[in-house]
Design a protein around this ligand. Sequence first.
Ligand SMILES: O=c1ccn([C@@H]2O[C@H](COP(=O)(O)OP(=O)(O)O[C@H]3O[C@H](CO)[C@@H](O)[C@H](O)[C@H]3O)[C@@H](O)[C@H]2O)c(=O)[nH]1
Ligand SMILES: O=C(O)[C@H](O)COP(=O)(O)O
Length: 262
Amino acid sequence: MAVKNSLSQTRTVALVIPARNEAPRLPHVLEIVTSNPTAIFDEIIVVNDCSADATAATTRQFRGVRLVSLDDGQPGKGRALQAGWRQSTADVIVTCDADLGSIQHEQLNSLVNALVNQQQLRLTKAAYGNHADSSGRVTELTAKPLLEVFFPDCADIQSPLSGEMAFYRTDVESLDLPQDYGVDIAILLDLAKRHGRSSIAEIPFGTKKHPHQPLSSLSIQSRQVIRAILERVERLHGGLEDAIRTPSISHLLKVSSALGNY
Ligand SMILES: O=c1ccn([C@@H]2O[C@H](COP(=O)(O)OP(=O)(O)O[C@H]3O[C@H](CO)[C@@H](O)[C@H](O)[C@H]3O)[C@@H](O)[C@H]2O)c(=O)[nH]1
Ligand SMILES: O=C(O)[C@H](O)COP(=O)(O)O
C-alpha cells in the first residue's frame, strides 16, 4: 500500500503512535487508521511506553498493528517515538498522538502526500486552530515566544508542538533528539536548520480534540520544550550570548520596553 509520488517513485510509509497509559483513547485512533481502505500505511506501530494500564492488550486487539513495548520505567515521548521508527525500514515516518479524539485518516494521508509530492519538503506538520485562543497553552506561552526570539524564521509556524508529522526516516535518524516532550520542536528546528525553513509545511487539521493536562504536568512539559529550544540556541547559534546580538533579540527588547509603558 506504499504511496507513489508525482514522479511515480514508490515510498513505503510507517505510522508510529507513542502511547503511555492510553488504553481508553487508543482504540478510537486505531479504528480510524486501520479501517480505512484509502489509508497509505505499510505498517502501523504502537509504542507502549511503560504504561500501567491495558495499552498493550488494547493494541493486540487490532490485527496488523505492531506492538513495541518499553518497560524499563523511564518513559518519555521522544524516546518512544525514536524506538518506534528504529523498528521500521519505511521511507516515510508519520507520527500521531494516541489520544486524539479529532483525528481523521485523510489528515494523516495529506501529511504524506504533501511530503512526497513537493520535492522541497522534509517535514509536514498538523496545524491546529487558527488563533491563540484555540491553540495549546505550552504552544502559546512557551514555544512561540521563544521561537520569535531565537528562531524568527520559524515564528510563523502555527502549531510548532503538534505531534502529527511526516518526515523521511533517514533524515531524522542522524539527529540527536530529546527523549522527552522536547522531541517535536527539536525535529522542527533541526530540519529547518538542515534544509531551510521552506522545507517545512503545515497542513490545516482544524480543531484539536484531546485530553487537557493539568498545569502541574504542563509545567514539566514546558520545561522540556524550553530545554530543547535552548539546546538548539547553543548548538545552532553558538550560545545565548551570540543569539542576544541578533536583530530578533533587539526586537524583543523593543517590544518589552513598549509593553513597559502599559
Ligand atoms: O512519557 C510519555 C508521554 C507521552 N507519551 C505519548 O505521547 C503522546 C503525546 O503526549 P500528550 O501527553 O498527549 O501530549 P500533549 O499534552 O497533548 O502535548 C502536545 O505537546 C507536546 C510537547 O511538544 C507534544 O509532544 C505532543 O505531541 C502534543 O500533543 C501521547 O500519545 C502520549 O501517550 C509517551 O509515549 N510517553
Ligand atoms: O500543545 C500544547 O500547547 C499543550 O499540549 C497544551 O495543550 P492544551 O492547552 O490544549 O491542553
